[in-house]
Ligand binder design. Sequence first.
Ligand SMILES: Nc1ncnc2c1ncn2[C@@H]1O[C@H](COP(=O)(O)OP(=O)(O)OP(=O)(O)O)[C@@H](O)[C@H]1O
Ligand code: NI
Length: 314
Amino acid sequence: MEKLLEIKNLCTHFDSRNGCVNAVCNVNMDIHRRQIIGLIGETGCGKSVLGQSVLKLLPKNACITGKILFEGKDILKMSVKELRAVRGHKIAFICQNPAEALNPLMKNGTQIMESVRINQALSKKECRETSIDLLNILGFSEPKSIMHKYPNELSGGMKQRVLAAMGMSGYPSLLIADEPTKGLDAIKRRQVIATIRKFTETTGCAVLIITHDLKFASAICDTIAVMYAGEIVETGDMEALFNDPKHPYLMALIKSQPCKGLNVLNGTVCSLIDLPSNCRFFDRCSYAAGICQDQHPDLLTLNEAHRVRCLKYV
Ligand SMILES: Nc1ncnc2c1ncn2[C@@H]1O[C@H](COP(=O)(O)OP(=O)(O)OP(=O)(O)O)[C@@H](O)[C@H]1O
Ligand code: NI
């Protein structure tokens, strides 16, 4: 498959009053056309920062190094004008807080039509029709009435889908969705799965999904990357990872799901300010050995479809 996005040695840190926060450390990731890749891990592991780094959607105190090649061109080196041509058009980002992303003073329809207009050279009537089509794809049974409503007349999940319609309006080649199932019930979650699938199948769009929800990730993703304390600790084919997890962190994450007995993973992620020089999961790992106290593991290739950062397999 053709490579769409190549992330190479990506590091993102923030200068803060308490020190340097290393949110993303040396991440390498390839995204291919039509691929649906899930980025999972506990809160504060750097998932959203990784997603936002791809479009340089970060505050001024952020410093991003490495390479992010999109269609062969480094996003980190693009001019403001080049970046504007990519954002929202070729790569769309659906953020975690739909309530903040929609303008409360404008009707949903006006906002969706505006984003369709920016992305496609269409007449007003065609923009309206495209907007209605998009809302249909997103599972709204009465798209016209949604167009006439204001954002705060909708539930959180509906706002998220309106935002998704806006993100998809440019028919991007990559969609980054941050927690698209947050606050949704099982039925709505299934709708999101169907929508994203249909969208990738009909448009060839690749999707990077950032989520806490392992069940959702396993239902939709073909590839998974597990993040822990700013690093990718395990990555590969979804089935290989979930059927045969190798990293003790992923094993623990799977066991902590409600359907697997809710065995809560004790402890918390180490501070991203004073990172340990040994294995970052050492303190919480039930398999930790002497060597883990002294060494920082590299990402090891078990086979083409499976990589893991754990000294158990060295
Ligand atoms: N502007 C900022 N300045 C300083 N630190 C920041 C800034 N933005 C994010 N961080 C820190 O970067 C780390 C990674 O945050 P991030 O939002 O990527 O986590 P996450 O994995 O997406 O978590 P969640 O699942 O809760 O969304 C956190 O420790 C966070 O506090
Ligand atoms: Ni996040």
